[in-house]
Ligand binder design. Structure first.
Ligand SMILES: *[C@@H]1O[C@H](CO)[C@@H](O)[C@H](O)[C@H]1NC(C)=O
Ligand SMILES: *[C@@H]1O[C@H](CO)[C@@H](O)[C@H](O)[C@H]1NC(C)=O
Ligand SMILES: *[C@@H]1O[C@H](CO)[C@@H](O)[C@H](O)[C@H]1NC(C)=O
Ligand SMILES: *[C@@H]1O[C@H](CO)[C@@H](O)[C@H](O)[C@H]1NC(C)=O
Ligand SMILES: *[C@@H]1O[C@H](CO)[C@@H](O)[C@H](O)[C@H]1NC(C)=O
Ligand SMILES: *[C@@H]1O[C@H](CO)[C@@H](O)[C@H](O)[C@H]1NC(C)=O
Ligand SMILES: *[C@@H]1O[C@H](CO)[C@@H](O)[C@H](O)[C@H]1NC(C)=O
Ligand SMILES: [Cu+2]
Length: 593
C-alpha cells in the first residue's frame, strides 16, 4: 500500500526508483541547512534538483510530475514553465437561485453557483477576465493562496492592490500558478462573496500518495437565507456571531423549503481524490464519510506526509485533499457534516441535518442508511500536518500584534475588531499601490500598514487576543505567502519563550486558526515585494476591522510589477467615475474588505 508509507523519503524511493536509488540512496529529505530560500543558500539548489527526479506522473507514480519536478520540489524555489496560458471569462450578475430550496437573491458567476472551477496545470499562466454586471456594487476577485510573485496588482484586494471593478467594467487578472493543488477564488469586496461569488481552483500537479480518480472540488459553506449585506448590518451591532440557516455542500442541501442532498459518485474498487474547501463565512466544518477513512495528502497548497483520519476539521479558507478508497460494499454512504458547535462559531440552524451522499456506481439511488462516527466539535485546526518538503526556521523573537474588541454605547454598540488599537478601513478609490505610484508614504492610520523591510529575512509575528476580547477563533489568512505555524494556544497568553517554538519542519499553509482567547505565532520570509493583506477570513470580522497589510520591501514593489500598470490605472479611473456619480454619495459602511 504505497499511500500508507509514512516516510516521504521511502515513498519517493519506491515511486521513482530510477532516479532515487542512484542519486539519493537514503534520507533525501534531511537537508543539513538551517534555511533554504530563493537562492540565499544556492548550494542547496543542487540537492533539490537531484531529489526532483525525472519520472512521469501516473496513477501509480503520483508523486512524480516530470521534467525534473515532483512532490519533493520546493515551489518557493522553482516551478515548471509550461509556456501555456489558460483563459477564463467570469461574468458576475445579480440573480436568484434556490440552493437549498429557498429562492433568494444571489450574486452568480456565469449564471451558476458555485462559480466555474478554474483548472490549470502547475506552471501555467492564468488569464481570467472578470466582468462586473451588477448595478449597485463594485467587485473584484482574489485568488486565494496564490503567491502573485511580481504580480501584486493581480491579487484582487480592493483598496490595497486595485480599485474595485465598477459596474459595467472588466478586469483581466494574469498570474502564474507557481504552486499546485486545491484552492478557491472569491470576491474581496466587503462581505459580498457570501452571496455567491465563489468558485474552486484546481492546479494539477504531483501528490504524496496514489489515487485513480480525481473527483475535484467539494466546497462547503454555511448559508444564510438573507443577503450578506443584511446579515452584516445586523452583525455590526450584535452580541455574538450571526446564526446561519444551513450548510451547502457543493452548492446544495435540503431544508424546510425543499432542496436536495449533494451526490458524489464513487467507482467500486478505486481510490478517489477529493478536494475539500471551506468556502464559507463563519462556521468551522467537521466532515466524515461513513465507513471510509480519509488519507489526507495536502493542507492548503502544501503537500503533506499522508495521514489517515476518520474526520477532518476545516476552517474558513482552508483546504484539504483526501483520498477515499471505495473498498466497501456497493451502496450509498452519508458524508456527515457538522460545525464547530457550542459557542466557538455560533450554532447553525440546520446543524443536525447537514450531509451529502457518496454513491457507488451500481447501487440504487436511495438515501443511505449508513452509520458512522459521532462527529467531533470545536474550532481548532488539524494537528497532524507534516509538510512533505521540509523547512527548518530559526528561533527568533516575533513582533507583537494585539487583537482587541470594542462595542461601546457611545458608538451605538458598533462592533469593531482592532489590531493594535486600529480597525482596518481601506479607501476603495485610493489603494495602497496608488500611494506608491504617488510616492506618498503617509498612509491613514486605519490602513493598518506594517512595513516589512529587509529582503529574504524571516518575519516573525505573534497575534495575541487581549484579555477581555470575546473568546472567538479567527482563521487568519495571509496573502502573497504561505506562513509557518510556530505556536498557538487557546485562552492563554504566549509566554515569549522562543525555545518552545516549533522550528523543525513546522506546519506551513496560508490559513491557520488564531484560537479563541489565545495566540498564534507565525513566520514568513520576505521574498515577495508587495502590499499583502493579512486578515481574519470571517467576512463579518474583516468587515469590522480585523486585518492589516504588510508593505513588503516597499521600494521594490512598483519596479517588480514590470511597468504594466495600465489596467490598474484604468480600473481606478472607471471606479472613481462610478463612485462620484452615485446619487446621495457612496458609503462603504465597513472596512471594505
Ligand atoms: C440586486 O438586485 C436587487 C433587486 O433589484 C437590488 O436591490 C440590489 O441592489 C442589487 N444588488 C446589486 C449588488 O446590484
Ligand atoms: C452592495 O450592494 C448591496 C445590495 O445588494 C447594498 O446593500 C450594499 O450597500 C452595497 N455595498 C457597497 C459597498 O457597494
Ligand atoms: C459538484 O457539483 C458539480 C456540478 O453539479 C459536479 O460536476 C461535481 O462532480 C461535484 N463534485 C463532487 C466532488 O461531487
Ligand atoms: C441499507 O442499504 C443497503 C443497500 O444500499 C441494503 O442492502 C441494506 O439492506 C440496507 N439496510 C438496512 C438496515 O436498511
Ligand atoms: C440537534 O440535536 C440535538 C440533540 O437532539 C439537540 O440538542 C439540538 O438542539 C439540535 N440542534 C438544532 C440546531 O436543532
Ligand atoms: C502593537 O502593540 C503592542 C502593544 O501596545 C506593542 O507592544 C507592539 O510593539 C505593537 N506592534 C507593532 C508592530 O507596532
Ligand atoms: C498622502 O495620502 C494622505 C492620505 O490619503 C493624504 O492626506 C495626503 O494629502 C497625501 N500626500 C500627498 C503628498 O499626496
Ligand atoms: Cu475572525
Amino acid at each position: 500500500m504505497l499511500h500508507t508509507v509514512a516516510r516521504a523519503a521511502g515513498l519517493l524511493a519506491l515511486l521513482c526508483p530510477a532516479v532515487y536509488s542512484a542519486a539519493v540512496p537514503s534520507q533525501p529529505q534531511a537537508l543539513p541547512v538551517p534555511w533554504k530560500r530563493n537562492g540565499i543558500f544556492s548550494s542547496d539548489l543542487r540537492s533539490v534538483e537531484e531529489r526532483d527526479g525525472a519520472c512521469t506522473h501516473g496513477p501509480h507514480t503520483r508523486s512524480c510530475w516530470g521534467n525534473g519536478f515532483s512532490a519533493s520540489t520546493d515551489p518557493d524555489i522553482k516551478w515548471p514553465n509550461t509556456g501555456k496560458t489558460v483563459t477564463y471569462n467570469l461574468e458576475i450578475t445579480n440573480s436568484t437561485l434556490a440552493p437549498d430550496g429557498l429562492s433568494r437573491q444571489m450574486l452568480l458567476i456565469n449564471g451558476q453557483y458555485p462559480g466555474p472551477v478554474i483548472t490549470a496545470d502547475w506552471g501555467d499562466t492564468l488569464s481570467i477576465t472578470v466582468k462586473n454586471s451588477l448595478t449597485n456594487n463594485g467587485t473584484g476577485i482574489h485568488w486565494h493562496g496564490f503567491r502573485q510573485l511580481g504580480t501584486n496588482q493581480m491579487d484582487g484586494t480592493n483598496g490595497i492592490t486595485e480599485c474595485p471593478i465598477a459596474p459595467g467594467a472588466s478586469k483581466t487578472y494574469t498570474f502564474k500558478a507557481t504552486q499546485y493543488g486545491t484552492s478557491w477564488y472569491h470576491s474581496h469586496y466587503s462581505v459580498q462573496y457570501g452571496d455567491g461569488i465563489v468558485g474552486g481552483i484546481v492546479i494539477k500537479g504531483p501528490s504524496t500518495a496514489n489515487y485513480d480518480i480525481d473527483l475535484g472540488i467539494l466546497p462547503f459553506t454555511d448559508w444564510f437565507h438573507v443577503p450578506s449585506f443584511t446579515v452584516n448590518a445586523a452583525a455590526q451591532h450584535a452580541k455574538g456571531p450571526p446564526i446561519a440557516d444551513n450548510i451547502l455542500i457543493n452548492g446544495s442541501m435540503t431544508s424546510a423549503f425543499g432542496g436536495k442532498y449533494s451526490v458524489t459518485n464513487l467507482t467500486p474498487g478505486k481510490k478517489h481524490l477529493v478536494r475539500f474547501v471551506n468556502s464559507g463565512v463563519n462556521n468551522y466544518i467537521h466532515v466524515s464519510l461513513d465507513g471510509h477513512p480519509f488519507t489526507v495528502i495536502a493542507a492548503d497548497f502544501i503537500p503533506i506526509v499522508p495521514y489517515t483520519t476518520t474526520s477532518l476539521v476545516i476552517a474558513v479558507g482552508q483546504r484539504y485533499e483526501v483520498i477515499i478508497d471505495a473498498n466497501q460494499p456497493v451502496g450509498n454512504y452519508w458524508l456527515q457534516v457538522g460545525t464547530g458547535g457550542g459557542t466557538c462559531d455560533g450554532p447553525n440552524a440546520n446543524a443536525n441535518n447537514t450531509k451529502a451522499i457518496f454513491h457507488y456506481a451500481g447501487a440504487n439511488s436511495a438515501n443511505p442508511n449508513s452509520t458512522g462516527i459521532t462527529l467531533p466539535q470545536g474550532c481548532l485546526d488539524e494537528t497532524n500536518i507534516v509538510p512533505y518538503v521540509k523547512t527548518t526556521v530559526p528561533q527568533q523573537l516575533p513582533k507583537n500584534l494585539e487583537l482587541t474588541f470594542s462595542a461601546t454605547a457611545a458608538s451605538g454598540n458598533l462592533v469593531q475588531w482592532l489590531v493594535n488599537s486600529s480597525a482596518m478601513q481601506i479607501d476603495f478609490a485610493k489603494p495602497t499601490l496608488q500611494y506608491l505610484l504617488d510616492g506618498n508614504d503617509t498612509f491613514h492610520v486605519a490602513e493598518n500598514v506594517y512595513p516589512v523591510g529587509e529582503a529574504n529575512k524571516w518575519q516573525y509575528w505573534v497575534i495575541q487576543q487581549a484579555a477581555g476580547t470575546p473568546p472567538l477563533p479567527h482563521p487568519i489568512h495571509l496573502h502573497g505567502h504561505d506562513f509557518y505555524v510556530l505556536d498557538h494556544g487557546e485562552n492563554t497568553a504566549w509566554t515569549g519563550d522562543i525555545s518552545k517554538l516549533k522550528t523543525d519542519n513546522p506546519i506551513r499553509r496560508d490559513t491557520a486558526t488564531l484560537p479563541a482567547g489565545g495566540y498564534l505565532v507565525l513566520a514568513f520570509e520576505s521574498d515577495n515585494p508587495g502590499a499583502w493583506l493579512m486578515h481574519c477570513h470571517i467576512p463579518f470580522h474583516v468587515s469590522a476591522g480585523l486585518s492589516l497589510q504588510f508593505l513588503e520591501r516597499e521600494s521594490e514593489i512598483i519596479p517588480s510589477l514590470g511597468g504594466d500598470l495600465s489596467s490598474f490605472k484604468e480600473g481606478c479611473k472607471s471606479w472613481k467615475q462610478y463612485q462620484d456619480n452615485v446619487p446621495g454619495g457612496f458609503i462603504i459602511g465597513d472596512s471594505g474588505l
